[in-house]
Design a protein around this ligand. Sequence first.
Ligand SMILES: *Cc1c(COP(=O)(O)O)cnc(C)c1O
Length: 394
Amino acid sequence: MNPELLHRDTWVEIHLDKIENNVKELRKYLPPSTKLMAAVKADAYGHGDLQVSKIALRAGAEGLAVSILREALFLRRNGIEAPILVLTPILPSDVNLAIENDLSVTIFQSSWLKEMRKHKKDPRPLKVHIKIDTGLGRLGLRNIQELEEILPMLSTEDIFIEGMYTHFATANREDDSFFRRQFQLFSEVMEWAKDKGLEIQAYHCSNTAATLKYPECSLDIVRVGVGMFGIYPSKEIKRDTPISLETALSFHSRILHIKKVKKGSVVGYDTAYEAQEDEWIATIPVGYADGWYRCFQGFYLLVEGKKAPIVGKICMDQLMIKLPKKIPVGTQVTLIGKQQGEEITLEDLASHIESVPQEIPSMIGYRVPRVYYYNGKPVEVLTERIWQGEKCLV
Ligand SMILES: *Cc1c(COP(=O)(O)O)cnc(C)c1O
């Protein structure tokens, strides 16, 4: 990639054709009547929400899911017309904004509904999805009794019940007992809603893991995030699912400086590393302010297709690596992705920090430019996401 355009020697590459293929693969795997809702929250797990939304919709996704209202407004402002569900409750005072922008919101609290009704001026009904907590313990109504209590507040003209949904805690786990318990509870809730005559357009529960592992539980919509980005929810799911997903994102930089240090010299803050012999130490312009946090200490990058260990403490804007020989300034290094025969996968990095693969791209900051490719050709470069100011009225 041309550094003159990026003004920086550190960048992320995102291959949109891979995301497109992943969505098509997932689509093929679904029953034809099940809709695919692409989860593009948190800037599409660091992949760029606008770019991912466009390609996912083109590849057959019927709707989008974001976490917060601002993410939905950003997509609307940039021309996205597909249905968007906001997964976390919005402020009741934002109800008119949600209606004006044709957004669907998540509800489950009677206090929220009461408050929302004080603010609602737009005469059109608010599109809502009722959230049921079947075991994740995060958000939602927790049992039929809680549903009974809120029922009178749901049968009014000012809301349109577009959906009812739940979210799984363990769908990627081999032991399916907790998943079965959650699905059973959700099935009972669906029965209850039908008995009560609640008209609900769509029921949904599956994330990527459940979509791949329990296709019989797909219901009307699946909400797919990680699969779109080529991340399999577990090794077993990768082994057992006849579907081919490819990672879309890689992360690169270049050697900024290289020097030979004598045995016993120290490198980095707090003199945390001491050279065991005369060693070649290179400095790479990536640090924790780019999202490469200190948790990656002790891990490595790829240089000339070989692992180069990170030494010392990761700084705010740089880190140091040990190399077996002098390698020229400007040589490309890879933090995520393939180099010759070697590869650093999101799974490798996740296991180093005891997390899940999707945490890794979500960490990469807005200071790192994103370069988009389609079929091997660069098509778009994002160099920053601008903070927008709004005047304080106090
Ligand atoms: C993020 C999210 C999803 C998508 O999950 P993946 O595991 O990335 O497929 C689905 N539903 C809800 C409620 C979510 O928050």
